[in-house]
Design a protein around this ligand. Structure first.
Ligand code: SF4
Ligand code: SF4
Length: 215
């Protein structure tokens, strides 16, 4: 019997009601030594420990086709039906048309996730705020005015600008001063090209580019 995709939801296995598939473990209590490995291994809550024995409390939580607990049981106390049972269920229920739909959905979801990861990586790679530190003689150079001219009409700004002058006397005697500011984009754009224009301005003014730090 073909089952529609609508049935491929909780409590079903590729459209087949899970309770129609008798795939679950059976514990031979005489062989079970109560090591609890099956209880710890199964992530689906199939087992409970009752005293020193493992009990299959929720058989239909078992994943169809899984036999991990049986493989790891040290005393081979856990058994499963023959795999023929699963193949018979697959054939009789003609699950593969639905499996192909599920595979197509999985691929579509994966490609969306990959595209999102690429977009996030690209966004992370864009630098849109950098702290710059420069040093030199600022006295008569009108460097600030030139910075203002550079920003005009551009989607970038310079914020938190600080000029540190060790002494006014010293600055008149051309002692180096220290300036820091942050270069930012007002439209979340990559500031790389604009930063290069500032570097050029610093070079033209014989100032020293001390450091730049991505914020
Ligand atoms: S893994 Fe085997 S021996 Fe250990 S508790 Fe489970 S059934 Fe018993
Ligand atoms: S076969 Fe897998 S899913 Fe089923 S009970 Fe064992 S560990 Fe859990």
């Amino acid at each position: 019997m073909w089952r529609t995709r609508k049935m491929a939801q909780e409590g079903t296995w590729h459209g087949i009601p899970r309770k129609e598939i008798p795939w679950f473990p059976t514990v031979d209590v005489d062989k079970c030594i109560g090591c609890e490995l099956c209880y710890v291994t199964c992530g689906r809550g199939v087992y409970q420990m009752e005293g020193r024995k493992s009990v299959v409390a929720n058989p239909f939580n078992c994943m169809v086709g899984c036999s991990t607990c049986g493989v790891v049981c040290p005393t081979q106390a856990i058994s499963f039906p023959s795999r023929d049972l699963i193949w018979k269920v697959e054939r009789e229920n003609k699950i593969f048309k639905l499996v192909r739909q599920e595979a197509a959905e999985k691929k579509a979801k994966q490609s969306v996730q990959q595209a999102r990861a690429v977009a996030e990586a690209a966004a992370a790679a864009v630098t849109n705020r950098v702290k710059v530190e420069i040093a030199g003689e600022f006295g008569e150079k009108r460097f600030l005015v030139q910075l203002q001219d550079l920003v005009k009409g551009q989607p970038f700004d310079i914020v938190q600008l600080m000029l540190e002058v060790p002494t006014v006397q010293g600055s008149m005697e051309r002692t180096p001063s220290f300036m820091s500011f942050q270069v930012t984009s007002t439209q979340y754009e990559d500031i790389g090209p604009f930063l290069e224009q500032i570097r050029e301005l610093v070079r033209r003014n014989d100032l020293v580019w001390v450091s730049e730090t991505k914020q």
